[in-house]
Design a protein around this ligand. Structure first.
Ligand SMILES: C[S@@+](CC[C@H](N)C(=O)[O-])C[C@H]1O[C@@H](n2cnc3c(N)ncnc32)[C@H](O)[C@@H]1O
Length: 227
């Protein structure tokens, strides 16, 4: 498999890509709908999103699912995306903030500050090491019983989806930047069962492109208990 994009390459790509990200909804939306159905956002108090893009998912959450008192905080490496997301989330500016980041997976948030950690179509462009680092940080900043809420590209099941995944991986091997640095991965394989209890996992396929949806509850490292 080809190396993943460096943070500098990812920033350059998404600064150029900008609002075109919203055109990916044709294959992302079924997975996002499933994530919304499974992550119980209606009871959330503080949501953190890593790599919010244009703020499209956040706007849906804020408009339709999060309680009025719930805060939303996001980071993104791309200045273009931060600008687009801030503009889109302006109606909720009293409780939604979007910050630029260096691309580091070490987060500035305090321990236990959030009860939902969201990231959609971002871990699939990070290196293995960064995925593991980010999940360790998600565990740190989630409160006991907080939920990890992920969606991303995965290998397809069935003949058409397998063929599409195969072509995608072949293209990724030659030019990862053509695909925004994203490649099919198995998110569930990164979750340590001592630290996360998977509450929901599904694979949604739209137009031959498969996405994995994962909701996992944070377990306490020492006790293995949820709360
Ligand atoms: C494929 S887009 C997905 C955007 C959004 N989450 C969605 O589902 O539409 C990937 C996003 O992750 C951001 N990103 C990539 N690498 C990042 C990093 N290391 N730290 C923060 N954001 C990153 C990009 O700028 C881009 O906005």
């Amino acid at each position: 498999m080809a190396p993943t994009l460096t943070p500098e390459q990812a920033k350059a790509f998404y600064d150029r890509f900008g609002a075109k990200q919203d055109r990916q909804g044709f294959y992302e939306n079924p997975a996002r709908r499933d994530l919304i159905a499974q992550a119980d956002f209606e009871t959330a108090a503080a949501v953190f999103e890593f790599g919010c893009g244009t703020g499209d998912f956040a706007a849906r959450l804020l408009a339709e699912h999060l309680p009025r008192q719930c805060s939303y905080t996001a980071v993104d490496i791309s200045g273009t995306m931060v600008r687009l997301a801030r503009a889109r989330l302006a109606p909720w500016r009293d409780r939604a903030r979007v910050d630029p980041s260096s691309g580091s997976t070490t987060l500035e948030a305090a321990d236990g500050a959030f009860d939902r950690f969201v990231s959609t179509y971002v871990l699939d462009l990070l290196s293995d090491e960064d995925i593991r680092g980010l999940l360790a940080e998600a565990h740190r900043i989630l409160s006991p019983g907080g939920r990890l809420c992920l969606a991303g590209l995965t290998r397809g099941a069935g003949p058409v989806a397998s063929l599409v995944s195969g072509i995608w991986e072949a293209l990724f091997a030659v030019r990862p930047a053509l695909l925004g640095g994203c490649r099919p991965i198995a998110l569930c394989g990164y979750l340590d069962p001592d630290r996360w209890r998977i509450e929901h996992r599904s694979v949604r396929t739209a137009f031959g492109i498969s996405s994995e949806v994962l909701v996992a509850a944070r377990l306490d490292r020492e006790t293995g208990l949820q709360e």
